[in-house]
Design a protein around this ligand. Structure first.
Ligand SMILES: *Cc1c(COP(=O)(O)O)cnc(C)c1O
Length: 400
Protein backbone atom coordinates (compact mmCIF):
# COMPACT_ATOMS: atom_id res chain seq x y z
CA UNK A 1 0.00 0.00 0.00
CA UNK A 2 1.46 3.30 -0.94
CA UNK A 3 0.57 6.12 1.38
CA UNK A 4 0.34 9.56 -0.16
CA UNK A 5 3.33 11.65 0.80
CA UNK A 6 2.87 15.36 1.05
CA UNK A 7 4.41 18.44 2.60
CA UNK A 8 8.03 17.52 2.92
CA UNK A 9 9.73 20.52 4.54
CA UNK A 10 13.25 21.70 3.75
CA UNK A 11 14.20 20.98 7.35
CA UNK A 12 12.66 20.25 10.73
CA UNK A 13 14.36 20.66 14.11
CA UNK A 14 14.60 17.42 16.13
CA UNK A 15 13.41 18.35 19.61
CA UNK A 16 10.88 16.98 22.06
CA UNK A 17 10.10 16.28 25.71
CA UNK A 18 13.73 16.61 26.84
CA UNK A 19 13.93 20.19 25.51
CA UNK A 20 10.47 21.06 26.88
CA UNK A 21 11.52 19.72 30.28
CA UNK A 22 14.76 21.74 30.11
CA UNK A 23 12.92 25.02 29.55
CA UNK A 24 10.76 24.13 32.56
CA UNK A 25 13.89 23.53 34.64
CA UNK A 26 15.24 27.00 33.73
CA UNK A 27 11.92 28.74 34.35
CA UNK A 28 11.26 27.07 37.72
CA UNK A 29 14.83 27.88 38.84
CA UNK A 30 13.93 31.58 38.80
CA UNK A 31 17.05 32.50 36.79
CA UNK A 32 16.09 32.97 33.16
CA UNK A 33 18.71 35.06 31.38
CA UNK A 34 22.45 34.36 31.02
CA UNK A 35 23.38 32.34 34.10
CA UNK A 36 24.24 28.79 35.18
CA UNK A 37 22.64 27.05 32.18
CA UNK A 38 24.66 29.24 29.79
CA UNK A 39 27.85 28.46 31.72
CA UNK A 40 27.14 24.71 31.58
CA UNK A 41 26.23 24.83 27.88
CA UNK A 42 29.52 26.63 27.15
CA UNK A 43 31.56 23.99 28.97
CA UNK A 44 29.79 21.13 27.26
CA UNK A 45 30.12 22.80 23.86
CA UNK A 46 33.85 23.49 24.36
CA UNK A 47 34.38 19.84 25.33
CA UNK A 48 32.45 18.62 22.29
CA UNK A 49 34.47 20.59 19.71
CA UNK A 50 37.74 20.38 21.64
CA UNK A 51 38.23 24.14 22.21
CA UNK A 52 39.72 25.72 25.33
CA UNK A 53 36.97 28.37 25.52
CA UNK A 54 33.39 28.68 24.34
CA UNK A 55 31.32 31.84 24.86
CA UNK A 56 27.57 31.81 24.17
CA UNK A 57 25.89 34.80 22.50
CA UNK A 58 22.51 35.72 21.04
CA UNK A 59 23.18 34.39 17.52
CA UNK A 60 25.97 33.71 15.04
CA UNK A 61 25.81 37.20 13.53
CA UNK A 62 26.68 38.79 16.88
CA UNK A 63 29.35 36.11 17.34
CA UNK A 64 30.92 37.13 14.01
CA UNK A 65 30.78 40.81 14.99
CA UNK A 66 32.64 40.14 18.27
CA UNK A 67 35.17 37.85 16.57
CA UNK A 68 36.05 40.58 14.06
CA UNK A 69 36.33 43.19 16.84
CA UNK A 70 38.58 40.86 18.85
CA UNK A 71 41.10 40.51 16.03
CA UNK A 72 41.14 44.29 15.66
CA UNK A 73 38.96 45.01 12.62
CA UNK A 74 38.29 48.76 12.45
CA UNK A 75 36.66 51.28 10.14
CA UNK A 76 38.42 51.54 6.73
CA UNK A 77 39.95 48.05 7.13
CA UNK A 78 39.26 45.29 4.62
CA UNK A 79 38.22 41.74 5.44
CA UNK A 80 38.51 38.98 2.85
CA UNK A 81 35.47 36.72 2.63
CA UNK A 82 32.91 35.26 0.20
CA UNK A 83 29.86 36.93 -1.29
CA UNK A 84 28.33 33.44 -1.69
CA UNK A 85 27.04 33.06 1.88
CA UNK A 86 24.13 34.01 4.02
CA UNK A 87 24.17 37.83 4.14
CA UNK A 88 25.09 37.82 7.85
CA UNK A 89 28.70 36.92 6.96
CA UNK A 90 29.32 40.13 5.01
CA UNK A 91 27.06 42.22 7.27
CA UNK A 92 29.21 41.45 10.31
CA UNK A 93 32.19 43.04 8.53
CA UNK A 94 30.20 46.18 7.80
CA UNK A 95 29.11 46.42 11.46
CA UNK A 96 32.81 47.11 12.18
CA UNK A 97 32.85 49.87 9.56
CA UNK A 98 35.11 47.70 7.42
CA UNK A 99 34.76 46.67 3.76
CA UNK A 100 34.13 43.06 2.69
CA UNK A 101 36.43 41.99 -0.15
CA UNK A 102 34.70 39.13 -1.94
CA UNK A 103 36.62 36.16 -3.31
CA UNK A 104 35.02 33.58 -5.60
CA UNK A 105 34.23 29.98 -4.62
CA UNK A 106 35.25 26.56 -5.87
CA UNK A 107 32.40 25.14 -7.98
CA UNK A 108 32.71 21.67 -6.42
CA UNK A 109 32.62 22.49 -2.69
CA UNK A 110 30.90 25.92 -2.81
CA UNK A 111 33.64 27.14 -0.45
CA UNK A 112 36.18 29.97 -0.83
CA UNK A 113 38.81 29.22 -3.47
CA UNK A 114 42.14 29.48 -1.61
CA UNK A 115 44.04 30.15 -4.84
CA UNK A 116 42.26 33.50 -5.20
CA UNK A 117 42.94 34.83 -1.69
CA UNK A 118 46.50 36.04 -2.18
CA UNK A 119 45.45 38.35 -4.99
CA UNK A 120 42.76 39.98 -2.82
CA UNK A 121 45.15 40.90 0.00
CA UNK A 122 46.02 44.60 0.20
CA UNK A 123 47.75 46.76 2.81
CA UNK A 124 44.32 47.44 4.32
CA UNK A 125 43.48 43.74 4.82
CA UNK A 126 42.96 43.05 8.52
CA UNK A 127 41.47 39.53 8.61
CA UNK A 128 40.17 36.59 6.58
CA UNK A 129 36.64 35.41 7.33
CA UNK A 130 36.03 31.97 5.82
CA UNK A 131 32.78 30.00 5.74
CA UNK A 132 32.22 26.26 6.09
CA UNK A 133 29.33 26.51 3.68
CA UNK A 134 26.36 24.19 4.23
CA UNK A 135 28.46 22.31 6.80
CA UNK A 136 31.24 21.36 4.36
CA UNK A 137 34.59 22.38 5.86
CA UNK A 138 36.61 24.72 3.64
CA UNK A 139 40.26 24.14 2.77
CA UNK A 140 41.64 25.41 6.09
CA UNK A 141 45.16 24.06 5.58
CA UNK A 142 45.68 26.08 2.40
CA UNK A 143 43.92 29.15 3.83
CA UNK A 144 45.96 29.17 7.05
CA UNK A 145 49.19 28.89 5.11
CA UNK A 146 48.37 32.05 3.14
CA UNK A 147 47.08 33.83 6.25
CA UNK A 148 50.21 33.02 8.26
CA UNK A 149 52.50 34.21 5.50
CA UNK A 150 50.72 37.60 5.65
CA UNK A 151 50.26 37.62 9.42
CA UNK A 152 46.48 37.73 9.13
CA UNK A 153 44.01 36.22 11.61
CA UNK A 154 41.47 33.69 10.32
CA UNK A 155 37.90 33.62 11.60
CA UNK A 156 35.72 30.63 10.75
CA UNK A 157 32.05 31.21 10.04
CA UNK A 158 31.00 27.77 11.26
CA UNK A 159 27.31 28.73 11.50
CA UNK A 160 26.33 25.53 9.69
CA UNK A 161 29.23 23.31 10.72
CA UNK A 162 28.57 21.98 14.21
CA UNK A 163 29.57 18.30 14.10
CA UNK A 164 31.55 18.60 10.85
CA UNK A 165 35.07 17.20 10.90
CA UNK A 166 38.42 17.80 9.26
CA UNK A 167 41.48 15.58 9.01
CA UNK A 168 44.22 17.45 10.86
CA UNK A 169 47.73 16.01 11.20
CA UNK A 170 46.33 12.51 10.79
CA UNK A 171 43.46 12.94 13.27
CA UNK A 172 39.78 13.66 12.68
CA UNK A 173 38.97 16.87 14.53
CA UNK A 174 35.74 18.80 14.99
CA UNK A 175 35.27 22.17 13.32
CA UNK A 176 35.47 24.73 16.14
CA UNK A 177 38.59 23.33 17.84
CA UNK A 178 39.41 26.01 16.42
CA UNK A 179 41.89 25.62 13.57
CA UNK A 180 41.80 29.30 12.72
CA UNK A 181 41.78 31.88 15.52
CA UNK A 182 38.07 32.02 16.36
CA UNK A 183 35.09 29.95 15.17
CA UNK A 184 31.45 31.13 15.26
CA UNK A 185 28.39 28.86 15.40
CA UNK A 186 24.63 29.32 14.95
CA UNK A 187 21.70 27.63 16.67
CA UNK A 188 19.04 28.98 14.32
CA UNK A 189 16.40 26.33 13.44
CA UNK A 190 17.83 25.98 9.91
CA UNK A 191 21.06 24.66 11.41
CA UNK A 192 21.78 21.18 12.73
CA UNK A 193 20.89 21.86 16.38
CA UNK A 194 18.84 24.79 17.64
CA UNK A 195 18.05 26.94 20.65
CA UNK A 196 15.45 28.98 18.73
CA UNK A 197 18.16 31.55 18.13
CA UNK A 198 21.64 31.43 19.55
CA UNK A 199 25.35 31.54 18.82
CA UNK A 200 28.71 30.41 20.17
CA UNK A 201 32.30 31.62 19.85
CA UNK A 202 35.17 29.19 20.34
CA UNK A 203 38.83 30.12 20.73
CA UNK A 204 41.98 28.98 22.48
CA UNK A 205 42.93 32.58 23.35
CA UNK A 206 41.89 33.40 26.97
CA UNK A 207 42.17 37.17 26.40
CA UNK A 208 39.68 37.11 23.55
CA UNK A 209 37.33 34.92 25.55
CA UNK A 210 37.44 37.50 28.35
CA UNK A 211 36.70 40.27 25.85
CA UNK A 212 33.70 38.39 24.42
CA UNK A 213 32.25 38.06 27.93
CA UNK A 214 32.59 41.80 28.58
CA UNK A 215 31.20 42.82 25.20
CA UNK A 216 28.16 40.54 25.31
CA UNK A 217 26.93 42.09 28.55
CA UNK A 218 27.18 45.87 28.02
CA UNK A 219 30.88 45.94 28.95
CA UNK A 220 29.86 45.43 32.58
CA UNK A 221 32.87 44.78 34.84
CA UNK A 222 31.03 42.42 37.21
CA UNK A 223 28.54 39.97 35.68
CA UNK A 224 25.13 39.99 37.41
CA UNK A 225 25.56 36.31 38.32
CA UNK A 226 28.48 37.35 40.54
CA UNK A 227 26.67 40.32 42.09
CA UNK A 228 23.65 38.16 42.77
CA UNK A 229 25.62 35.61 44.83
CA UNK A 230 27.85 38.15 46.65
CA UNK A 231 27.67 38.56 50.43
CA UNK A 232 29.00 42.10 50.11
CA UNK A 233 27.66 44.99 48.11
CA UNK A 234 29.41 45.27 44.75
CA UNK A 235 29.13 48.24 42.38
CA UNK A 236 29.77 47.38 38.74
CA UNK A 237 31.49 49.69 36.27
CA UNK A 238 31.55 49.98 32.47
CA UNK A 239 35.13 50.35 31.27
CA UNK A 240 34.35 49.70 27.58
CA UNK A 241 31.50 50.14 25.10
CA UNK A 242 29.59 46.87 25.14
CA UNK A 243 26.51 45.30 23.58
CA UNK A 244 23.59 43.21 24.68
CA UNK A 245 24.45 39.96 22.90
CA UNK A 246 23.42 37.59 25.70
CA UNK A 247 21.94 34.12 25.33
CA UNK A 248 19.21 33.33 27.87
CA UNK A 249 19.31 30.40 30.30
CA UNK A 250 16.09 29.12 28.74
CA UNK A 251 17.86 28.86 25.37
CA UNK A 252 21.00 27.32 26.90
CA UNK A 253 18.95 24.68 28.72
CA UNK A 254 17.51 23.66 25.34
CA UNK A 255 20.98 23.75 23.79
CA UNK A 256 22.34 21.30 26.35
CA UNK A 257 19.66 18.78 25.40
CA UNK A 258 20.29 19.38 21.70
CA UNK A 259 24.00 18.77 22.22
CA UNK A 260 23.16 15.33 23.63
CA UNK A 261 21.25 14.52 20.44
CA UNK A 262 23.95 15.89 18.15
CA UNK A 263 25.98 12.70 17.53
CA UNK A 264 22.81 10.86 16.53
CA UNK A 265 21.67 13.77 14.34
CA UNK A 266 24.99 13.94 12.50
CA UNK A 267 25.03 10.16 11.97
CA UNK A 268 21.51 10.23 10.56
CA UNK A 269 22.23 13.18 8.25
CA UNK A 270 25.34 11.43 6.92
CA UNK A 271 23.31 8.30 6.26
CA UNK A 272 20.60 10.25 4.39
CA UNK A 273 23.19 12.24 2.41
CA UNK A 274 24.90 9.01 1.36
CA UNK A 275 21.50 7.68 0.26
CA UNK A 276 20.93 10.81 -1.84
CA UNK A 277 24.39 10.35 -3.40
CA UNK A 278 23.56 6.79 -4.44
CA UNK A 279 20.01 7.37 -5.62
CA UNK A 280 20.73 10.60 -7.51
CA UNK A 281 23.85 9.29 -9.24
CA UNK A 282 21.82 8.22 -12.28
CA UNK A 283 20.00 11.50 -12.91
CA UNK A 284 21.53 12.73 -16.19
CA UNK A 285 23.69 15.86 -15.84
CA UNK A 286 22.75 16.45 -12.22
CA UNK A 287 25.90 17.37 -10.26
CA UNK A 288 26.02 16.03 -6.71
CA UNK A 289 27.99 17.61 -3.87
CA UNK A 290 31.59 16.47 -3.51
CA UNK A 291 33.17 15.80 -0.15
CA UNK A 292 36.98 16.02 -0.27
CA UNK A 293 38.72 12.99 1.32
CA UNK A 294 39.97 15.09 4.23
CA UNK A 295 36.58 16.35 5.47
CA UNK A 296 33.37 14.87 6.83
CA UNK A 297 30.39 17.16 6.39
CA UNK A 298 27.45 17.25 8.81
CA UNK A 299 25.31 17.81 5.67
CA UNK A 300 23.54 20.84 7.11
CA UNK A 301 22.33 21.36 3.54
CA UNK A 302 22.34 18.93 0.65
CA UNK A 303 22.81 20.97 -2.51
CA UNK A 304 22.62 19.75 -6.13
CA UNK A 305 23.59 21.55 -9.34
CA UNK A 306 20.83 21.25 -11.91
CA UNK A 307 21.36 20.18 -15.53
CA UNK A 308 22.27 23.18 -17.72
CA UNK A 309 18.95 22.97 -19.60
CA UNK A 310 16.87 23.06 -16.40
CA UNK A 311 15.32 26.23 -15.10
CA UNK A 312 15.89 26.57 -11.37
CA UNK A 313 12.58 28.23 -10.55
CA UNK A 314 10.68 25.72 -12.70
CA UNK A 315 12.27 22.71 -11.01
CA UNK A 316 11.55 24.20 -7.59
CA UNK A 317 7.93 24.92 -8.57
CA UNK A 318 7.42 21.38 -9.90
CA UNK A 319 8.69 20.04 -6.59
CA UNK A 320 6.57 22.45 -4.57
CA UNK A 321 3.50 21.39 -6.57
CA UNK A 322 4.33 17.82 -5.51
CA UNK A 323 4.47 18.93 -1.86
CA UNK A 324 8.27 19.17 -1.56
CA UNK A 325 9.97 22.30 -0.25
CA UNK A 326 13.36 23.21 -1.72
CA UNK A 327 15.54 26.33 -1.58
CA UNK A 328 17.62 27.99 -4.26
CA UNK A 329 21.38 27.87 -3.89
CA UNK A 330 23.16 30.05 -1.35
CA UNK A 331 22.66 33.77 -2.01
CA UNK A 332 25.36 36.23 -3.12
CA UNK A 333 25.56 39.35 -0.96
CA UNK A 334 27.00 41.47 -3.80
CA UNK A 335 23.75 41.08 -5.77
CA UNK A 336 21.56 42.57 -3.05
CA UNK A 337 20.46 46.20 -2.96
CA UNK A 338 22.00 46.53 0.51
CA UNK A 339 25.37 45.90 -1.19
CA UNK A 340 25.28 48.56 -3.86
CA UNK A 341 28.04 51.06 -4.57
CA UNK A 342 31.04 51.35 -2.32
CA UNK A 343 30.01 48.90 0.39
CA UNK A 344 32.11 46.02 -0.97
CA UNK A 345 34.99 45.23 -3.27
CA UNK A 346 35.96 42.29 -5.49
CA UNK A 347 39.62 43.08 -5.07
CA UNK A 348 39.99 44.60 -8.58
CA UNK A 349 41.74 47.90 -9.00
CA UNK A 350 39.03 50.50 -9.58
CA UNK A 351 40.04 51.11 -13.21
CA UNK A 352 40.01 47.38 -14.06
CA UNK A 353 36.71 46.62 -12.40
CA UNK A 354 33.83 45.84 -14.74
CA UNK A 355 31.32 45.04 -12.02
CA UNK A 356 27.79 46.24 -12.54
CA UNK A 357 24.84 45.86 -10.25
CA UNK A 358 24.11 42.16 -9.88
CA UNK A 359 27.13 40.84 -11.73
CA UNK A 360 30.84 40.72 -11.15
CA UNK A 361 33.33 39.04 -13.51
CA UNK A 362 35.36 37.90 -10.57
CA UNK A 363 32.45 36.23 -8.78
CA UNK A 364 31.31 34.06 -11.68
CA UNK A 365 31.25 30.75 -9.80
CA UNK A 366 29.39 32.33 -6.88
CA UNK A 367 26.68 33.62 -9.21
CA UNK A 368 26.50 30.32 -11.10
CA UNK A 369 26.02 28.44 -7.84
CA UNK A 370 23.24 30.75 -6.71
CA UNK A 371 21.42 30.46 -10.05
CA UNK A 372 21.84 26.76 -10.86
CA UNK A 373 21.78 24.85 -7.58
CA UNK A 374 18.96 23.89 -5.23
CA UNK A 375 18.91 22.57 -1.67
CA UNK A 376 16.91 19.38 -1.08
CA UNK A 377 14.98 18.44 2.07
CA UNK A 378 17.11 16.73 4.72
CA UNK A 379 16.18 16.34 8.37
CA UNK A 380 16.65 13.84 11.14
CA UNK A 381 13.11 12.47 11.05
CA UNK A 382 13.00 12.08 7.26
CA UNK A 383 11.88 8.58 6.28
CA UNK A 384 13.36 6.54 3.46
CA UNK A 385 9.95 6.65 1.80
CA UNK A 386 9.97 10.46 1.91
CA UNK A 387 13.49 10.55 0.52
CA UNK A 388 12.61 8.12 -2.27
CA UNK A 389 9.74 10.40 -3.20
CA UNK A 390 12.01 13.49 -3.34
CA UNK A 391 14.40 11.59 -5.62
CA UNK A 392 11.55 10.47 -7.89
CA UNK A 393 10.07 13.96 -8.26
CA UNK A 394 13.47 15.62 -8.77
CA UNK A 395 14.31 13.07 -11.44
CA UNK A 396 11.09 13.93 -13.25
CA UNK A 397 11.56 17.66 -12.81
CA UNK A 398 15.03 17.47 -14.36
CA UNK A 399 13.78 15.64 -17.47
CA UNK A 400 11.46 18.43 -18.60
C1 LIG B 1 22.85 31.10 9.38
C2 LIG B 1 24.12 31.71 9.05
C3 LIG B 1 24.60 32.85 9.71
C4 LIG B 1 23.77 33.63 10.68
O1 LIG B 1 23.44 32.91 11.84
P1 LIG B 1 22.40 33.55 12.87
O2 LIG B 1 22.53 32.65 14.09
O3 LIG B 1 21.05 33.46 12.26
O4 LIG B 1 22.81 34.94 13.16
C5 LIG B 1 25.87 33.31 9.39
N1 LIG B 1 26.63 32.69 8.47
C6 LIG B 1 26.20 31.60 7.80
C7 LIG B 1 27.10 30.94 6.80
C8 LIG B 1 24.93 31.08 8.06
O5 LIG B 1 24.50 30.01 7.37
Amino acid sequence: MSEKIQNIPITKPWMGEAEAEATRRAIISGWVTQGPEVAAFEQEFAAYVGAKHACAVSNCTTALHLALLAVGVQPTDEVITVSHSYIATANSIRYCGATPVFVDIEPQTYNINPILIEDAISDRTRAILVVHQMGMPCNLKAILEIAHSHNLPVIEDAACAIGSEILWDGQWEKIGKPHGDIACFSFHPRKVITTGDGGMLTTNNPEWDKQFRLWRQHGMSVPDTVRHGAKQVIFESYPILGYNYRMTDIQAAVGREQLKRLPEIVERRRYLAQRYQEMLADVPELKLPTEPAWVKSNWQSYCVRLPAKSDQRQVMQTMLDAGIATRRGIMCAHREVAYEHETWSCGSEKENCHCTKGTCDRLFESEQAQDHTIVLPLYHQMTQQEQDYVVKVLNMACQV
